[in-house]
Design a protein around this ligand. Structure first.
Ligand SMILES: [Zn+2]
Length: 228
């Protein structure tokens, strides 16, 4: 079973990857994380990821991916590019092939460390239009990685079919709701927890949280109703 095996989580310190880390810690005997440094707009992102890894007692490897910014200047790394997301267009935070590269590098590292399992928080449900976050892409890459390194990797995507409210529910079921809510960084302005409240990432996170809290309230009410 998976319980006695080792896994590597692609980890940014955000809501999704932190939820994945809690998930992985339940599923696997040994868990490590890999964090990519590509000159993020806010160095806070790396610091937050490192702090969470320490608090949760997992070994962290930080890989320098600054070449990504050299290849594709974008709003995630450049403060002179505004974060925008027009309907029907890719957001300005998009970097071609980013997830392809992250998963490939994570896999090379995982093999070195004797791990087969890679966990990533990519998600097709709140699909922002990133083609390399789609389930079909991840499955295809899994085959390619296995062939390229003659290794039996398994890429796990526990959030693939969840919406943002369901991701909060999953954190809650893992006993990590407060931790994820208070300690993770999603905000494009580098503010931990509920963030600036203004940027697209904060709005998406808050909308999912509001929806989940409303659903939880409702199910608590109906449980109490049944008890009466
Ligand atoms: Zn924000």
């Amino acid at each position: 079973m998976l319980k006695n095996q080792k896994a590597v989580v692609v980890f940014s310190g955000g809501q999704d990857s932190t939820t994945c880390l809690f998930w992985a810690k339940e599923q696997f005997a040994e868990v490590e994380v890999v964090t990519f440094n590509y000159g993020q707009r806010h160095s806070a992102e790396i610091e937050v990821a490192t702090q969470i890894a320490q608090e949760l007692g997992v070994e962290q490897t930080i890989l320098d991916m600054s070449l990504l910014n050299q290849l594709a200047p974008n709003a995630l790394t450049r403060s002179d590019i505004d974060i925008t997301h027009e309907e029907g267009e890719l957001p300005s935070t998009f970097v071609d092939g980013r997830n392809l590269l992250f998963l490939s590098f994570a896999s090379i590292m995982a093999k070195q460390k004797g791990a087969r399992h890679i966990i990533t928080g990519v998600c097709e449900t709140d699909f922002s239009g990133y083609p390399d976050c789609r389930d079909i892409f991840v499955k295809s890459l899994n085959v390619t990685l296995n062939l390229s390194m003659d290794h039996q990797f398994v890429i796990h995507t526990p959030l693939m079919w969840l919406d943002k409210a369901q991701t909060w529910e999953m954190a809650d079921q893992l006993g990590a709701f407060d931790y994820v809510r208070e300690k993770t960084l999603t905000c494009y302005n580098g503010i931990v927890g509920s963030g600036c409240g203004e940027c697209p990432a904060c709005k998406l996170r808050q909308a999912g949280l509001d929806r989940y809290l409303a659903e939880r309230e409702q199910s608590n009410d109906s449980t109490e109703g049944a008890r009466r």
